[in-house]
Design a protein around this ligand. Structure first.
Ligand SMILES: Cc1ncc(C[n+]2csc(CCOP(=O)(O)OP(=O)(O)O)c2C)c(N)n1
Length: 688
């Protein structure tokens, strides 16, 4: 919006003053929160929202809008106050209800809760990495809609405000390093270098030269000093922003020096101002310094609101100018327009899953390999589907064949393509998760990413946020148990399935065979919610669906594979690579005259969503003899198997050896399952 930027006026000065006062007042009223940074950054956020961002508060989902991310989410007032002044729907009463139950202004910005919040932030570092994902998504989506660069209507920037803590966190370093290599010139990060965090001067823990670090990542770094009085040098900042706008190749870091809580007479420059109310006296003293009435709180004049909300008029103007060009583009590009309409409405093409492979029993196949084959078919049907791996693509089977490596035009790497569908994340699992979130948040794509299941720990912070934000991201976690064998206990997940199932809103899907993989992927894409796929390294038999029930049951999370008689006395419930062991145990039980049911339970979360009738039809309450079989800790299973149940599980780390040997050593054999079934039956008899 450079072209329609009005001259800075005294009303703008007043609005910045008021922004600082509102930050103090909101924290003072509720008695907790983070006033300091919201005070010092008021001119920064105000300049962005009023003068630099391409946005339209009336049309917050405008696809070509600039995105703004407040990575230092604790300073949420920095954002809420600008949403209020710009007219996004946050009102003064919302600022008065800051951090209270159900308010539009929770402690940290929450995506989907407050209009204008582009991502949930609070865990430091995530926002920077989300922004990298958004910047990557912007390029990828440009490739879908305008690969020949015939128009600028899809071009926009991703703006970020981040803090010292954001840049101390490894996740931002991982993502920033990749952003430099990717030449994400649409990414503009303002780093608030105020040298204060909770324990005081950041130099107790952080004294590297951040500018040099970012330069070595390939970023364009611009430094902006404070004014001599300690205030942000707003004019220099605005020209730094303009300079940033002209940079089209390198991501930009504006390193802004500031004084936290400026201009509070006593609190400025202190760690206390970071996370505590300033106290009535200091609030009043600061208002005096600002030339405001110390006796008034939340005092915003009509004149100021009227002035700041003119950004809506400017925003609408920008939107309508864009829309005229967009309408012409729609006429000129019917094919791309049809794609845009479909993916913006989150629709799937007709029969999109019709070409999914059907696997025969002739050949054993690892579920990771089956997943790789299904991914090819999804990729053919859905251009919005793209992803990669943290340097394990060959092991995770995540590569879209012929998709091209997502790399900038200048790259000399093999298969480089700025709009490529294969992301090389490097060995950066945490950033991979956060980038995936950013890609999904950007709005059009369905991204996925792979690594070994054991390293889901390295990305857990981001996975938790995928779940919190209900994003359509898929984690492809292969090498899902001791079945990976010789790499040993460092690489063998044991507690991971339980730990991941503990995340609310995340579905963990562990298919038993290749055909379950197909149905699982179909469900994942249809549901468009966060999922972790747990896939085997080792080959697994393909279940004979002529004898056993169809893999369609995967869609319900758990389903009956086979009953040896309608009157069965024990239920064997298994997931993934342990399902065929349960089927072998079922045969052995039958030859001893014991009838059983085998349930394949690839996704406990989807099963929990089913009707009580369906759940009862799979796990009838009357059958209390139950055995769970899963090569991981038993924790998730107790509530399913009940008091008489027995868990075939792994309550210790694995070992480096051949997978078959490990399965034998640790009791994952049909014989042990049979013994456990008999034990469970006995327990029910004792109880009777
Ligand atoms: C991953 C993570 N670790 C710890 C915290 C708790 N925390 C919130 S703010 C903060 C200090 C941040 O200091 P800084 O980033 O310099 O912010 P400023 O003081 O400038 O507001 C900490 C440790 C967090 N929010 N996220």
């Amino acid at each position: 919006m450079i072209q329609s930027r009005p001259a800075w006026s005294s009303l703008d000065d007043d609005a910045v003053r008021i922004s600082r006062a509102l930050a103090m007042d909101a924290v003072q009223k509720v008695g907790n929160g983070h006033p300091g940074t919201a005070m010092s950054l008021a001119p920064v956020a105000y300049t962005l929202f009023q003068r630099v961002l391409k946005h339209d508060p009336i049309n917050p989902n405008w696809i070509a809008r600039d995105r703004f991310i407040l990575s230092c989410g604790h300073s949420s007032l920095t954002l809420y106050i600008q949403l209020f002044l710009s007219g996004y729907g946050v009102e003064l009463s919302d600022l008065q209800n800051f951090r209270t139950f159900n308010a539009a202004t929770p402690g940290h910005p929450e995506y989907g809760h407050t209009v204008g919040v582009e991502t949930t932030t609070g865990p430091l570092g995530q926002g920077v990495a989300n922004a990298v994902g958004m910047a990557m998504a912007a390029r990828y989506e440009k490739g879908l809609l305008d690969p020949d660069n015939k128009t600028d209507i899809f071009d926009h920037n991703i703006w970020v405000i981040c803090s010292d803590g954001d840049l101390q966190e490894g996740v931002s370093a991982e993502a920033s390093s990749l952003a430099g290599l990717q030449e994400l010139g649409n990414l503009k990060v303002i780093y608030d270098d105020n040298r204060i965090s909770i324990e005081g001067d950041t130099h107790v823990a952080f004294n590297e030269n951040v500018s040099d670090r970012y330069r070595s990542y390939g970023w364009h770094v611009i430094e902006v000093d404070t004014q001599s009085n300690g205030d942000v040098d707003r004019e220099k900042l605005e020209s730094a922003m303009d300079q940033a706008l002209t940079e089209k190749i390198k991501p930009v870091l504006i390193r802004l020096h500031s004084v936290i809580a400026w201009p509070a007479p006593k609190a400025q420059g202190t760690a206390e101002s970071h996370g505590s109310a300033l106290g009535a006296q200091e609030v009043a003293a600061t208002k005096r310094v600002l030339g405001l009435n110390p006796d008034e709180s939340f005092a915003v004049s009509e004149a100021i609101i009227e002035h700041t909300r003119k950004v809506k008029v400017r925003g609408a103007g920008a939107y309508h100018a864009w829309d005229a060009k967009f309408k012409q583009w729609q006429i000129d590009n019917p094919i791309q327009n049809a794609l845009l309409e479909r993916i913006s409405k989150k629709k799937l093409p007709k029969d999109w899953a019709a070409t999914f492979p059907q696997f025969s029993t002739e050949k054993d196949i690892a579920t990771r390999a089956a997943s790789g084959l299904v991914i090819q078919e999804i990729a053919k049907a859905l251009p919005e589907f793209w992803g990669g791996s943290a340097d394990l693509a060959g092991s995770n089977n995540t590569t879209i064949a012929g998709g091209g490596s997502f790399l900038p035009a200048t790259s000399s790497m093999k298969d480089a393509n700025p709009y490529g569908r294969v992301i090389h994340f490097g060995i950066r699992e945490h950033a991979m998760g956060a980038i995936l979130n950013g890609i999904a948040l950007h709005g059009m794509a369905k991204p996925y990413a792979g690594t070994f299941l054991v390293f889901s720990d390295y990305m857990r912070g981001a996975v938790r946020l995928s779940a919190l934000m209900k994003l359509p991201v898929t984690y492809v976690w292969s090498h899902d148990s001791i079945g990976l064998g010789e790499d040993g206990p460092t690489h063998q997940p044991v507690e991971h399935l339980a730990a991941l199932r503990a995340i609310p809103g995340l579905s963990i899907v562990r298919p038993a065979d290749a055909n379950e993989v197909s149905i699982a992927w179909r469900e994942i894409i249809t549901r468009a919610l966060p999922v972790g796929l747990a896939l085997s390294r080792q080959n697994l038999p393909v279940v004979d669906r002529k004898k056993y029930n169809s893999a369609e049951g995967v869609a319900k999370g758990a389903y009956v594979l086979f009953d040896t008689s309608p009157e069965f006395s024990v239920i064997l419930i298994a997931t993934g690579s342990e399902v065929y062991l349960a089927l072998q145990a079922q045969d052995q039980l039958l030859s001893s005259g014991v009838n059983s049911r085998v349930v394949s339970a690839p996704c406990l979360e989807w099963f929990t969503e089913q009707s009580p009738d369906y759940q009862e039809s799979v796990l009838p309450k009357t059958v209390k003899a139950r055995v769970s079989i899963e090569a991981g800790v038993a924790m998730p299973w107790y509530k399913i198997i009940g008091d008489a149940g027995v868990a075939v599980a792994l309550e210790h780390f694995g070992a480096s050896a051949d997978a078959k040997r490990l399965f034998r050593e640790y009791g994952f054999t049909p014989e042990n399952i049979v013994a456990c079934a008999m034990e469970s039956i006995k327990k029910t008899q004792l109880k009777d």
